[in-house]
Design a protein around this ligand. Structure first.
Ligand code: C5P
Length: 253
């Protein structure tokens, strides 16, 4: 099931860049039949829930944070000045990014090399804000997200700006939140599983810094769309959140 669901590989290649004009026309006429957006701050549970919701709906799943992370890592590897947007655009243009889901897990490739684990490293997380606040770069990434949606029948997409900027006409929009301390505990559990010993305080302050940067940037800031359904996941298990979202989708989409 997961394999079937995830066979669609998202290849963000130079080819797409070169053909973006034609594809944009296609987007206008052929957007997916069902678009569900899930936005929210880091560690609000949106990635896990988005993946499971996609699976239950037989939809494709797009983790837009992975796109920002992949471009961040490519820029770090290229050694460019992270505050120079033209240089960052050059990195996007000259690299080939591959995104595919295998056995329920997202795999990310840069120029054919598997960087799935690397894009989650703390240095990449910290540097992602440069990519996230570069206007033209965001425009390109949003365009790619729409191109991806144009090729799918149903899609669940998650990030920070999916309901506000990328898919303002989505069929159903969710915004997941959770109290800061709960989010820090969730992130700590994830990090511990990978062997990290970062303290809860360190994690919480990192998340707060990221929230601030995500909420205050001029382009694509983190905020709920006016018509988003806001779900506080603080006291809910993943299964409970999933059931809630599925209920809304069945009723409204
Ligand atoms: O969701 P994730 O933590 O993987 O995202 C990494 C970073 O990418 C976020 O902190 C945010 O700055 C950026 N991002 C974004 N817009 C999105 C998805 C992620 O700006 N749609």
């Amino acid at each position: 099931m997961q394999d079937k669901l995830m066979t669609q590989a998202l290849l963000l290649s130079r080819w797409i860049e070169l053909n973006s004009r034609n594809l944009e026309v296609r987007v206008v006429f052929e957007m997916a039949n069902l678009i569900v957006t899930i936005d929210g701050p880091a560690a609000s549970g949106k990635s896990t829930v988005a993946r499971l919701l996609a699976e239950r709906l037989g939809a494709s799943f797009l983790d837009t944070g992975a796109m920002y992370r992949a471009v961040t890592l490519a820029a770090m590897q290229a050694g460019v000045d992270m505050s120079d947007e033209e240089e960052l655009l050059g990195v996007l243009r000259d690299s080939e990014f591959g995104f595919a889901v295998k056995e329920g897990k997202l795999m990310v490739l840069i120029n054919g090399i598997d960087v799935t684990a690397q894009i989650r490293e703390s240095e990449v997380t910290a540097n992602a804000r440069y990519i996230a606040s570069a206007e033209k770069l965001r425009e390109r990434l949003v365009r790619m997200q729409r191109q991806f949606a144009a090729g799918e029948e149903k899609i669940v997409t998650e990030g920070r700006d999916q309901g506000t900027v990328a898919f303002p006409d989505a069929d159903i929009k969710f915004y997941l939140t959770a109290e800061a301390i709960e989010r820090a505990k969730r992130r700590q559990a994830e990090l511990r599983a990978k062997g990290s010993t970062e303290s809860l305080e360190q994690i919480q302050s990192g998340l707060q810094e990221r929230d601030k940067s995500d909420q205050t940037r001029a382009v694509g800031p983190l905020k709920p769309a006016d018509d988003a359904i806001v779900v506080d996941t603080t006291d809910l298990s993943i299964e409970q959140v999933l059931a809630k979202l599925l209920g809304y989708v069945k009723k409204n989409a």
